[in-house]
Design a protein around this ligand. Sequence first.
Ligand SMILES: Cc1cc2nc3c(=O)[nH]c(=O)nc-3n(C[C@H](O)[C@H](O)[C@H](O)COP(=O)(O)OP(=O)(O)OC[C@H]3O[C@@H](n4cnc5c(N)ncnc54)[C@H](O)[C@@H]3O)c2cc1C
Length: 330
Amino acid sequence: MRVEVLGAGIVGLAVADELARRGYGVEVVDPDPGRGASYAAAGMLSPSAEVWHGEQALLELGRRSLALWPDFADSLGVRVHCTGTLLVGRDAGDLQEVDRQAGLVDSLGGCVEQVDARTCRRLEPTLATVAGGALLPEDHSVDPRAVLGALLDRVPVQSTSRGADLTVIATGAVLPQPYAALVRRVSGEVVRARTDDPPRRTVRGWARGEAVYVVPRPGGEVVIGATSEEHDTAARVTVGGVARLLTAARELLPGLDRAELVETTARDRPGTADNLPLVGPTHEPGVILAAGHFRHGVLLAPLTAQLVADHLDHGHLEPTTDPRRLLEPR
Ligand SMILES: Cc1cc2nc3c(=O)[nH]c(=O)nc-3n(C[C@H](O)[C@H](O)[C@H](O)COP(=O)(O)OP(=O)(O)OC[C@H]3O[C@@H](n4cnc5c(N)ncnc54)[C@H](O)[C@@H]3O)c2cc1C
């Protein structure tokens, strides 16, 4: 069987890599490989920090995929940054947000440990004075551009389709018809900076009501993100978005004042109606979706690859991600 994967973002490339590993003849088609949302992503492998009420199923998918990351990263020669995530609140109001998130993670069976202000500073000496925080020991990170680079070295990509027996649609925030309406575009801006005094782990938090994260990479790069806005036009970097991110990040990590500003980027996250991804068959024979990963496409890439390959191998269906839950019945 010849399989064509449309889209060379982290999801399409991970799917193609897994299918090739299992012996399928695979072609990937993308006129601009590796430059979609995956290029902007901060790379948090973070099932807990962004989970919301009613998102138990998403948390479970995230934790399953997180468990696959060490082997996936090893196979690509990429490092997972395994120091957990520190959630912090700058003032008493911000700490209420931390407590709410920590309580939610705990109630959903996730792993969280409340820490006082002094422990926050001990864990992260570059922090400003904060009101308190919580440690999410399971929430790690990876450099998505390193992952994309390693996958693109292994998976050749064509710019135009040559036809196939089966098509996997992994085109991120813009799906072809008749699937376009399944995904909404939620733009996000991020800033990349370089510092000789980065935090040791991902620091997320609220500063005077503004949410922000700072993800460190080996070599001193930090990714500061992210704004979030639903819109119909192409994602773009705005003065206001960057200003809000930098103000909040400097409130939590004042040493960032001396960091070198390297890059600003904006891309669209592919959101779905229930915030769960679309992975599995459609009503159209020979058309499979691997899309709609919203805020968690990096985290969910290895699980998505496995689910698509398991479906082709032996018809496996994952009810929570089955795209037909959001498609009109035939
Ligand atoms: C600012 C920001 C920060 C983020 N941070 C994180 C994070 O920390 N952790 C996390 O897990 N997720 C994060 N995400 C979400 C994550 O980036 C996405 O969920 C993920 O990248 C989606 O991957 P994808 O491969 O589906 O899409 P994309 O990376 O967008 O790739 C889609 C590809 O399809 C191609 N394409 C489009 N149309 C066609 C067509 N008709 N034919 C062929 N190819 C086509 C495009 O050129 C593109 O290369 C973040 C997103 C943003 C915007």
